[in-house]
Design a binder for this molecule. Structure first.
Ligand SMILES: *Cc1c(COP(=O)(O)O)cnc(C)c1O
Length: 387
């Protein structure tokens, strides 16, 4: 076929652009962004190799280290949270390495799948949805599975609304296998609930901008311990975009990135970190504890069942609720969206349609949560639910 014979592509007929009405966005990411942060992003572009961008990185980097509680450099990448999972795996492991993956839901499963996709030998320790990783079971299984190069852990499992006791799990791994790397997916926890990378002796920790950081999706942040940097030197999995050495070199020599960073998102991060410091780390944690308690209290008062089987592990950033008998999640979410501009999240994977999730992380007020829960209560009644 010659070029002349190929069909031209006509101008597409698409739906006209129209503004989205103001929503109460209560999904566990992306989360609402404060007006100051939205405004910051409207500033004109600057050269990402110039002094103005470096000035942002000089402010942002130590502040991220503070929120991570690490003396290690926090590296930033233009990426989704899943990029953090892949970045962690490719930088510290080699083909065929044995790693143990602790899975309590969909995101833990994804991290294991990524490790498998890169040819690691992955042993899975899985728990039913709604449960946290039980340290006693983990201890027994880790002893059976040794030796292993690393253990992959989800801090806050966003698909089930469960927060693992990462501090205890990491201490356990360290006691059983002192050299194993503890890799922690903290995408929906870091900044919102306590996580202390250096004091807890965690080796790789990553998070995503659109969860607790009050900025839009697009920046992934990751840090590695001295132990992980040593492993990185000998790690043989292929890497280029995710290569820590290159990213660290650019950061430390010029406060830049190897490739073009999302400049507007860094304007946003700069302002959001200022706001977070003004509020204070402990105050942010306290606000999330209060939100978790409030949402769980309301849900239980409606006679609904949480997915969490043990309230001690119920997440303070996202609450997962079982759909009542005979009510389809889809119908409830549609009513909330269409009638009230309230957006909640469905279940994932095999729990789609059988549960729903309310995000309460980052930028929110108790009034936002109250409005969402009042509407849930009202619509469930309309759908025939009786407590
Ligand atoms: C959201 C999330 C991810 C994935 O983030 P994306 O930005 O959707 O790729 C991974 N892990 C956890 C725990 C998450 O909450």
């Amino acid at each position: 076929m010659t070029i002349q014979e190929r069909k031209a592509i006509p101008i597409p007929q698409v739906e006209a652009r129209k503004p989205v009405p103001r929503q109460n966005l209560r999904v566990p990411g992306p989360t609402p962004v404060p007006p100051e942060v939205l405004e910051a992003q409207a500033a004109p572009m600057i050269n990402h190799r110039g002094p103005e961008f470096s000035a942002i990185m000089k402010r942002v980097t130590p502040r991220l280290q503070y929120f991570f509680q690490t003396a290690s450099p926090v590296l930033t990448y233009p990426a989704a949270g899943t990029g953090g999972q892949e970045c962690a795996v490719v930088n510290v492991f080699s083909p065929g390495d044995h790693v143990v993956s602790i899975i309590i839901g969909n995101f833990g499963k994804r991290l294991a799948q990524i490790a498998e996709a890169y040819g690691l030998n992955v042993s899975r320790i899985e728990f039913p949805w709604g449960e946290a990783a039980d340290p006693a079971i983990i201890e027994t299984r880790l002893k059976e599975l040794a030796p292993y190069k690393g253990v992959l852990i989800t801090h806050n499992e966003t698909s089930t609304g469960i927060t693992n006791d990462v501090q205890a799990l990491a201490a356990l791994v360290r006691r059983l296998s002192p050299d194993a790397l503890v890799v922690v997916d903290a995408v929906s926890s870091l900044s919102s609930v306590p996580l202390e990378m250096d004091p807890w002796d965690l080796d790789v920790v990553f998070t995503g901008s659109q969860k607790g950081w009050m900025i839009p999706p697009g920046i992934m942040m990751i840090a590695a311990s001295e132990r992980a940097w040593q492993a990185h030197k000998n790690a043989k999995l292929p890497r280029f975009y995710w290569d820590w050495t290159s990213t660290r070199k650019h950061l430390e020599t010029s406060w830049q990135h190897p490739t073009t960073p999302p400049v507007s998102l860094f304007y946003a991060l700069d302002v959001a970190l200022e706001m977070m410091l003004a509020e204070g780390r402990e105050a942010i944690f306290a606000r999330h504890v209060k939100a978790g308690d409030y949402v769980r209290g309301r849900v239980q008062a409606m006679g609904l069942k949480l997915l969490a089987t043990d309230l001690r592990y119920a997440s303070n950033t996202v609450t997962a609720i079982q759909a009542p008998e005979g009510i389809e999640t889809k119908a409830l979410l549609k009513k909330l969206h269409d009638e009230d501009q309230i957006v909640l999240a469905d279940g994932q994977d095999h729990m789609k349609g059988k549960m729903f999730r309310i995000g309460h992380l980052g930028y929110f007020t108790e009034a936002d949560l109250q409005q969402a829960l009042d509407a849930v209560e009202r619509h469930l009644k309309e759908l025939g639910y009786q407590a």
